[in-house]
Ligand binder design. Sequence first.
Ligand SMILES: Cc1cc2nc3c(=O)[nH]c(=O)nc-3n(C[C@H](O)[C@H](O)[C@H](O)COP(=O)(O)OP(=O)(O)OC[C@H]3O[C@@H](n4cnc5c(N)ncnc54)[C@H](O)[C@@H]3O)c2cc1C
Length: 387
Amino acid sequence: MNPNRNEELNAIREGVRALCAEFDAAYWRRIDEEKGFPEAFVRTLTEAGWLAAMIPVEYGGSGLGLSEASVILEEVNHSGGNSGTVHGQMYNMFTLLKHGSEEQKQRYLPKLASGELRLQSMGVTEPTTGTDTTKIKTTAVRQGDKYVINGQKVWISRVQHSDLMILLARTTPLADVTKKSEGMSIFIVDLREAIGSGLTVRPIPNMVNHETNELFFDNLEIPAENLIGEEGKGFRYILDGLNAERTLIAAECIGDGRWFVEKACAYARDRVVFGRPIGQNQGVQFPIAEAHIEIEAADLMRWRACKQYDRGLNAGASANMAKYLAAKASWEAANACLQTHGGFGFASEYDVERKFRETRLYQVAPISTNLILSYVAEHLLELPRSF
Ligand SMILES: Cc1cc2nc3c(=O)[nH]c(=O)nc-3n(C[C@H](O)[C@H](O)[C@H](O)COP(=O)(O)OP(=O)(O)OC[C@H]3O[C@@H](n4cnc5c(N)ncnc54)[C@H](O)[C@@H]3O)c2cc1C
């Protein structure tokens, strides 16, 4: 263990905090009210190099580990911002990095590191299959030097603010494979060429100010060279990137949780009712204290996942459990914070209702809480597989 590790992590923390201070609560509130995209924030974070944290140095990134990357996203959320607007750029490149050819890495990674290209989107979920990913119906059929794509995706985020998308499609029909997880492949789709030429994007209005969309593929042609890795192995490639993604989302939830606890404490100290600060009442203190304890516990699991991942160990169990604990803890903290604020918790100007909506998402996406419980039951506790 590097003895200067904590200093390095603290320096990252301070650097990201300083950058985020330029994008205050009023900024995020305005973006939320306008249902806009925080373009200035995304550009600034990209230009400062933070989103290229995990891209290796030889491809223009910083070559940092998951620990460092997780601190970056934690601090964005801790500052009151929303990493959901940027985190795709940090982790969607994992598939490319791990399974792409050297030519693909040279072509894309340096431009992702500099921000010249954005790979903010990953298209997996479909309307009729949901969590049962192996049943996806979107197909990619090889025709000479092209693949022709047909089908539909839903809830695909940041497509309107991305140049590229990672796409999961079936290349061998389900009926023709021995294992249902086989026969799917991963592609890079150049959205600048695809939209309007076989790909239609329809935004989904939603509870969070989160740019997410339905996608319709109608004979979209993409070059065969855009296949990542081997045909038919795409499902495994996607799974490979999930431990890092889940740990990063856990860190975001921890950042949210800390924001809620600090906000609740500040209000509880200031707000005077019945002649004393409301924070003097144990009925107000205890839910905030409980939220703090649960966030700290989730944070321990997040660090376990980070350390395992950075040492090249299997972080599957820790990453899933960290995501579960952190998403739950941030949601409990959100509830405690809103309750502490009474009626004012509902007023946009306090920012609590916005963060409350934003943090709720993480019990559903990118994987729902039930599916983590199912993973733990089956893989850690060796209970019978339920689906
Ligand atoms: C704002 C937002 C952004 C998103 N961004 C993306 C994106 O960029 N790319 C992408 O590919 N997807 C994205 N998603 C999709 C997200 O990953 C899915 O919504 C999520 O995985 C759940 O799938 P589903 O909505 O189809 O729910 P379903 O699979 O229909 O499940 C509905 C509910 O039933 C539960 N359930 C289902 N089966 C079981 C079972 N066997 N046991 C117990 N419980 C079960 C689930 O846990 C869930 O609570 C996004 C979703 C949202 C809301």
